[in-house]
Write a protein that binds this ligand. Structure first.
Ligand SMILES: Nc1ncnc2c1ncn2[C@@H]1O[C@H](COP(=O)(O)OP(=O)(O)OP(=O)(O)O)[C@@H](O)[C@H]1O
Ligand SMILES: [Mg+2]
Length: 413
C-alpha cells in the first residue's frame, strides 16, 4: 500500500479556525492537500471560553478540510496562545561519561532534560523546550555538537510554559471532536516557521503576528528564538473602539475598518465622509475618514507600543539587524507598516506564509501564517498526522504518538 507522509495542523484563532493537511512532495517540499476554515466562536483573546463552541469550530474546519482532501484526519498539531504563556531561557549541563567521548543524540537529550528541570510551579506545564545552542567544554555557540569530542556539554534552551487550566481546556475542546493531538505549538513559533527567512533569524528579526484577539511576538537572533510572548490584544479591540465611538453595530464597525480604515488620519483627511448607521436613530450619520483613522491609529499605537515593550524586554532590541516582520490579519490594515516603523523604530516588512507548495489564494494571506507554519513545524519536527482514506481503510498510521510531549500524555486518559 502506498505510504504518504502527511502532516495536519489546526490553528484555533480568536476569529477563525483553520485546519490544514499537507504532504511531502517528490521535490522534498511540503505541498498543501487541503484546508478548511470556519469562524471561531468559543475563543476570547486566544483562550477557550466555550468548550462546545470551540469544538464545533474545530469540527467544521476539519470536516471541510476532509471533504476537499477525501481523507479523514484523526490527529493533528494544534496551535496554542493566550496571555498565560510565559517564556524563559535556561541552561542544562551533562557530563560525557568515560572522560569524554564523541557527543551523541542521547547526550543532547540529557543536557536538554537538565535544562527542562527548571522549577515550574505546579499550575504550569512546559509546552516547548527549544534548543538554542550548545557549549562544549566552554566553547560557546555550537549549533550541532553531535560527533564532536568533549567532556562537559551544556545546552541553552528557550522554555515556554502555559497554565494547566488553559491548556487543559484547549486539549479537551479538540479531543471532544474525536481528534488526537500530536503536539501543541505556540502560535508565534508556528507563524515564524512560515514567515521569517533564515537570514532574518540569523541577523536578528522579530516576528509579530497581530490577529483578532492576540498579538504574538517572537524574537530571533543567531538562528534561534530568544524571547516569545502572547499579548491579549488584536484587531477586535480596534473594531470594538470603532463600534463604541461611532455607536454602530460591531459587524458594521469591522467592515468600516477593513474597507475604509487607515492608520494615518492625514492620508485620508480629504476623502469624502462615510454614511454610518447608528444604533440610536437607525439612520446614517456622516463620519469623516480622518476620525475613523484616528480611532484606528490610537489603538494600533497602543498595541505596537506593547510590542515595543516586549522587544525591549527580550534584551536584544539593539541587535535586531533584520527588523520586524509583521503578519496576521491586522497586517493588512492600510498604513500599518509605516505606523509600525515609527512606533518600533525598526525596519518593518509585511510577511505572508511561504514554504508550502500549492497554496491557493485563500490561504496565501497573512491571516494564515500560523496554520501554514503548523504544517511546516510538524514537518520539521517529524510529527506525522494520522489520516485514513475515506472508505478505503487506513493507509498510514505511523509513529506520531511518540512525539507528543510527556506532559501532553499525562492529560490523556
Ligand atoms: N484588511 C484589513 N484591515 C484591517 N484589519 C483586518 C483586515 N483583514 C483582517 N483584519 C483583521 O484581522 C483580524 C483577524 O486576524 P487573524 O485571522 O490573523 O486572527 P485569528 O488568527 O483568528 O486570531 P488570533 O491569532 O488573534 O487568536 C480581525 O480583527 C480582522 O478585523
Ligand atoms: Mg492567529
Amino acid at each position: 500500500m502506498a505510504r504518504e507522509r502527511l502532516v495536519a495542523g489546526i490553528d484555533i484563532g480568536t476569529t477563525k479556525t483553520c485546519a490544514i493537511l499537507a504532504e511531502q512532495g517528490r521535490s522534498g517540499r511540503l505541498q498543501l492537500i487541503a484546508a478548511g476554515v470556519a469562524p471561531s466562536r468559543g475563543m476570547k483573546k486566544g483562550l477557550v471560553v466555550s468548550l462546545e463552541e470551540t469544538s464545533a469550530s474545530v469540527q467544521a474546519a476539519v470536516e471541510q478540510c476532509e471533504r476537499i482532501a477525501g481523507k479523514r484526519i484523526t490527529s493533528a498539531v494544534v496551535s496554542v496562545a493566550g496571555n498565560h504563556i510565559e517564556s524563559q531561557n535556561t541552561r542544562g549541563v551533562t557530563t560525557l561519561p568515560n572522560h569524554g567521548h564523541d557527543v551523541t543524540n542521547a547526550d543532547l537529550q540529557r543536557a536538554l532534560d537538565s535544562a527542562r528541570a527548571v522549577s515550574v510551579p505546579p499550575n504550569r506545564e512546559i509546552i516547548h523546550v527549544v534548543p538554542r545552542s550548545y557549549v562544549l567544554d566552554g566553547l560557546e555557540g555550537i549549533k550541532n555538537p553531535i560527533g564532536m569530542a568533549g567532556q562537559r556539554l551544556e545546552a541553552e534552551a528557550h522554555i515556554i510554559t502555559g497554565a494547566v487550566g488553559s491548556l487543559h481546556n484547549l486539549i479537551k475542546a479538540v479531543r471532544q471532536t474525536g481528534l488526537e493531538i500530536d503536539d501543541l505549538v505556540l502560535q508565534p513559533l508556528a507563524s515564524a516557521e512560515a514567515v521569517l527567512t533564515q537570514e532574518e533569524r540569523e541577523l536578528g528579526g522579530v516576528l509579530v503576528d497581530i490577529g483578532g484577539g492576540t498579538t504574538d511576538v517572537a524574537v530571533f537572533l543567531d538562528g534561534s528564538v530568544w524571547h516569545t510572548s502572547v499579548l491579549p490584544v488584536g484587531g477586535m479591540s480596534v473594531s470594538n473602539d470603532i463600534a463604541i465611538c461611532l455607536r454602530t453595530p460591531l459587524a458594521h464597525a469591522e467592515e468600516l475598518k477593513v474597507t475604509y480604515g487607515h492608520t494615518d488620519p492625514a492620508v485620508v483627511v480629504d476623502l469624502p465622509p462615510l454614511d454610518v448607521p447608528t444604533f440610536e436613530r437607525g439612520h446614517a450619520q456622516p463620519v469623516s475618514r480622518d476620525y475613523l483613522a484616528q480611532i484606528i491609529q490610537a489603538r494600533m499605537e497602543e498595541i505596537l507600543g506593547m510590542v515595543g515593550n516586549e522587544i525591549r524586554r527580550s534584551g536584544y532590541s539593539g541587535l535586531l539587524g533584520a527588523g520586524v516582520v509583521l503578519t496576521g490579519g491586522v497586517s493588512e490594515q492600510a498604513g500599518i507598516r509605516e505606523l509600525s516603523e515609527s512606533v518600533l523604530d525598526l525596519p518593518v516588512r509585511l510577511g505572508e506564509p511561504q514554504g508550502l507548495d500549492r497554496l491557493d489564494d485563500r490561504l496565501s494571506g497573512p491571516a494564515f501564517s500560523t496554520a501554514v507554519g503548523l504544517a511546516l513545524w510538524a514537518e520539521h519536527n517529524g510529527t506525522t498526522a494520522r489520516a485514513t482514506t475515506n472508505g478505503n481503510g487506513s493507509f498510514h498510521v505511523p509513529a506520531a504518538a511518540g512525539k507528543a510531549g510527556r506532559w501532553l500524555r499525562s492529560f490523556l486518559p
